[in-house]
Write a protein that binds this ligand. Sequence first.
Ligand code: TXA
Ligand code: MG
Length: 314
Amino acid sequence: MPTETVYGLAADGLNPAAVADIYRVKGRPQDNPLILHIATLDMLYPLVVIDGETDALVRRLSAQFWPGPLTLVLPRSPRVPDIITAGGPTVAIRMPSHEAARRLIALSGTPIAAPSANLSGKPSPTLLRDVVDDLAGRIPVILDGGECAVGVESTVIDLTHRPFAVLRPGGVSREALEDCLGEPFSDVSSPVKGVPVRSPGMKYKHYAPSTPLTAVCAEGSVSLSYILQKPADAAVICFDEYADNFAAAGFLALPYGAEKDAAAQAKKLFSTLRKADRTGASHLYIQMSPDKSGCGAAVYNRALRACGGDIITL
Ligand code: TXA
Ligand code: MG
């Protein structure tokens, strides 16, 4: 099913056999829990066990950000199957805003489990063709919802203890969350060596194209000069402003948004990674902004994972 973030691989979230198919089709590790998608706030309460104080927070967040790209991690109720939570004590819940997703959930009358609809490890799909490339022949139906508006996955936050934590940056910025609740969030989305990961999905190599990718994190004019010194048989996922410079030097330029427009970059990042992979270039570079404010945090996080740590900061 399409959502406003990325396409999701949907199954009845209360049916363990259906959910097992998700893991099988994606090749997803069994210890990585899934998000349950709901269409209305009353669908939340049977799935969680929360006190009045937490409920007040949930209502504030949902009033501002739902439906939309925000996922809440809360203590689970016994109704949630173990296979959704990977056996853990919490469950992740989101109310998507894409009309097709909302109608599918409402018509199904059940929370829908949906990880991103890519093969495990690949960039998340934001276009119908990306889903077809990964999953055609493996699933019975693909709902065409056009291009995903946000382009990176939802922001995942843990509300089970303080300080509240951003487990995965996404379409809703940390700044907006802090404004809404009036308290600081910690950001635990970048793995630290020796510290256990709180969101299991963050420990896996992710979003990687098949072609080797080097991320160059710097102001655009600086990454331009750096990449121009490299052999020109590469493709460059670049800021719009520099596409002509790269093309003139013989590189294949694949613009993904203006340098200062993180929201535009978020929307095009995954589809451009996939496009770059189809060019046959022997190496890929991406111009990456060091600015992690707003939506920049999500773009930074995804580009870092896509390059598998091959990042040059200038
Ligand atoms: O935007 C999105 O969130 C998309 C669309 C389809 O809704 N879905 C998505 O699902 O990105 P997925 O499975 O690809 O990523 C879910 C992330 C993973 O990093 C997973 O580890 C984390 O959420 N997660 C799920 N349940 C959790 C839990 N109970 N505690 C901590 N992290 C959890
Ligand atoms: Mg995913």
